[in-house]
Write a protein that binds this ligand. Structure first.
Ligand code: PAF
Length: 282
């Protein structure tokens, strides 16, 4: 049975017991509203670890004013059933007041020109500072051996991996492939903001990425030509607004002119109220 734990004190107690037994702890930090992508991370943790902790915390710090913090789906009963189906041990759901008590004033960030300033960081100022701060706190509470993140948020994975190295956090940060709907749309809790027509239109992100992969595998190495073809694919959808399409080094996220070595092709597109992101490593 998956147990709901609401306080930091209780989660620390569970973790201490596991450590005493010499168990390896896997951790899946989430904001809830589970879909198959979350479940695949929990399943992977279950496969590789002795105990599995999943957190659900809609982190106010990573939303700017005007973003969807208030509307973000909260579905604890459904999430609990889903976590149970994957045999998670603990669903850790702390309250905002316990995570950020009055007087809270310490934040984690990286340098101005660093990873958080790139790609999504250009459009969501302060977002990754909020993510790093909450993930660092959660790592300190859960003290996991392994933490699991989805490839859809590849920039987030890179930033958290950097943070664990820089702050000597003893956590093995792993990335797991994006789980997709049948038509290729990346699973996301924010897909519920899409109406039926918009949901169909959302396929354009995946189509643009497939087209890019096809070009690269046929020998295309010009980032400009790949980007402009992806733009053409997205712009066929009326109402799709591109935040960015980027061809970058998959470690530094620096833009590339020529595609060679491990490259990340990433994009963010707004459709209706939803801001959708996706990527491919080529
Ligand atoms: O990817 C997410 O759901 C969130 O950014 C995370 C990592 C749980 C931090 O709030």
């Amino acid at each position: 049975m998956t147990q709901i734990v609401r306080t930091i004190h209780e989660v620390r107690g569970f973790v201490s017991d596991c450590r005493r037994k010499g168990w390896k702890t896997g951790f899946v930090p989430t904001m809830g509203a589970f879909h198959a992508g979350h479940l695949s991370l929990i399943r992977q943790a279950r496969r590789e670890c002795d105990s599995v902790i999943v957190s659900i915390f809609v982190n106010p710090l990573q939303f700017s004013a005007g973003e969807d913090y208030d509307q973000y789906p909260r579905q604890l009963d459904r999430d609990l059933r889903m976590a149970e189906s994957e045999k998670a041990d603990i669903l850790f759901c702390p309250e905002v007041a316990e995570m950020y008590p009055k007087g809270f004033d310490t934040y984690i960030d990286q340098s101005d020109g660093g990873l958080p300033s790139k790609l999504c960081g250009r459009f969501r100022p302060g977002h990754f500072r909020g993510v790093m701060t909450v993930v660092c706190k959660l790592f300190n509470m859960v003290r996991p051996d392994v933490a699991y993140f989805g490839q859809k948020d590849y920039q987030q994975y890179l930033i958290i991996r950097r943070m664990t190295i820089d702050l000597n956090l003893d956590v093995d940060v792993r990335v797991h492939p994006t789980v997709r709907e049948e038509d290729g749309v990346a699973m996301s809790s924010r897909n519920i903001y899409l109406g039926p027509k918009q949901r169909k239109d959302a396929g354009c992100l995946h189509q643009a990425l497939r087209r890019a992969e096809e070009m690269v595998s046929n020998g295309e190495s010009s980032a400009a030509r790949v980007t402009s073809e992806m733009k053409r694919v997205i712009n066929r959808v009326k109402g799709a607004r591109i935040d960015y399409i980027a061809v970058v080094n998959s470690e530094t996220l620096e833009p590339l002119k020529e595609i060679k070595g491990k490259t990340l092709i990433a994009l963010a597109v707004r459709i209706g109220k939803a801001r959708l992101i996706d990527n491919a490593l080529v």
